[in-house]
Design a protein around this ligand. Sequence first.
Ligand code: PEP
Ligand code: MN
Length: 340
Amino acid sequence: MIIIMKNKVKKASVQAVVLEVEALGYAAHVINGIENTVIGAVGTKDKNSLRSLVSMDGVASVMPIQQPYKLASLSTKKESSIIKIGNTEIGGNSFVLMGGPCSVETREQTYSCADSVKKVGGQFLRGGAYKPRTSPYSFQGLEEEGLKILLEAKKKTGLHIVTELLNPQNTELVNSYADVIQIGARNMQNFALLKEVGKLKKPILLKRGLSSTLEELMMSAEYIMSEGNYNVILCERGIRTFEKAYRNVLDLNAVPALKRMTHLPVVVDPSHGTGRKDLIETMSKAAIAAGADGIMIEIHPNPEKAFSDGPQSLKFHEFEHLVNEIRPYVELSKKTWSVV
Ligand code: PEP
Ligand code: MN
């Protein structure tokens, strides 16, 4: 159920409703929109007991939410959520560019990627220090050493850091280095991990699972939000189909479809979504045209020698070319591209 408060409601009225919701055995989530404050009452009890709240001071209406995802639903909050990271905003009318290597390999490699991202006006340096590899014999990441390198690159450039958390045990450690914590496609339904990051305040980049539906993606966002962390950024990164011509099928239907389901920002990763360097630029343009709030691109100083995802990693001059090519699309999308 959502309890929609009247315009310009007093804080004390909101607080009184929160207490009543909790007394009825639900968790209360206060969501402050531009026009209205909404209180999401979530729990497993019979919802009818909440209907009586309509007579409380400051309450405009009490409505059931039809979707199984509640806090993430567009019915709960009508306007786009804007997630702030330093002076950068994700969502609303902003466009963000995230770039960097698949894996943090060396200091020099990461610094050169960071310089390249900074040069083209990106706001985020991405790079994995903990890597979810299909084979246990493949490079697994530099772990904390990798996080330290990312932090040094941040100090040099001012870029925000996006890095993956693989395992609930490393939550505190990764949280102390990252500006945005990535939950990778393979962990989209690792519910223990989702609950763990739900307890943080840190923005979470939640990547769609390889074979997950949009509703499942939304339910995973709901896991994070139901713990109190509303700073969730969704990421379309391609899904598995029968098609073998590329690594994944970048499902760009997902962008406008998600925008009709949720107020959360949607970022697209055409690097994993195609797995092919020659398709990334076109699919980046298509993602922006579809309404993406940002794109994430893998780059490497020497892709042939990359420890992971070399075939889809752009060289710096290719990345620069891509960025020049997409600028008019960002302008057409009426989004603002601010630098850090
Ligand atoms: C990555 O971003 O490098 C990555 C492993 O992504 P995904 O989880 O989407 O495969
Ligand atoms: Mn990768």
